[in-house]
Design a protein around this ligand. Structure first.
Ligand SMILES: N=c1c2ncn([C@@H]3O[C@H](COP(=O)(O)OP(=O)(O)OP(=O)(O)O)[C@@H](O)[C@H]3O)c2ncn1[C@@H]1O[C@H](COP(=O)(O)O)[C@@H](O)[C@H]1O
Length: 115
């Protein structure tokens, strides 16, 4: 698969989106969807994330690649809103991924089962 050389680093894009989302905390819910979500609170945000996850799964099982990409974008956006709501930063998540780099999921699972 070819990569678009002009495309920004995807983690950086998520960092930037997170900054936009976090800055919406004090915005007017009338003018910002993100501010409206924050105003509704963590239960609603978590519920929206769950809905987007289900919509992503449905798109995948329907073999609808376009819908899968669009629903995945919705899912990532709502995940970032939940991180911001709970005070988790992208750096914390990237650190977790970095820690796991090079460790097979199967090996990690095996290590857990022998703990
Ligand atoms: N990436 C997104 C993004 N992805 C999805 N969505 C919104 O998420 C919603 C998901 O659609 P649904 O049909 O499930 O939800 P809905 O029926 O509109 O909402 P509910 O009534 O169910 O809560 C849509 O309203 C989308 O517009 C997003 N809203 C905002 N962003 C980014 O956040 C930035 C700030 O947005 P505002 O806070 O609106 O200024 C934007 O510039 C974008 O970069």
């Amino acid at each position: 698969m070819t990569k678009d050389k002009a495309a920004p680093d995807s983690a950086l894009m998520l960092d930037e989106l997170y900054e936009v989302i976090a800055a919406r905390r004090n915005a007017d819910p009338e003018s910002s969807y993100t501010a409206k979500l924050f105003a509704k609170g963590e239960t609603k945000i978590a519920q929206k994330l769950g809905e987007e996850a289900v919509e992503t799964v449905i798109a995948a099982l329907k073999e609808d690649r376009q819908a899968l990409a669009a629903e995945s974008a919705d899912l990532l956006y709502h995940l970032l809103v939940l991180w911001a709501e709970k005070g988790v930063t992208p750096d914390e998540v990237w650190a977790k991924l970095r820690e796991r780099k090079g460790t097979s999921g199967l090996a990690e699972k095996e290590a857990r089962s022998t703990e």
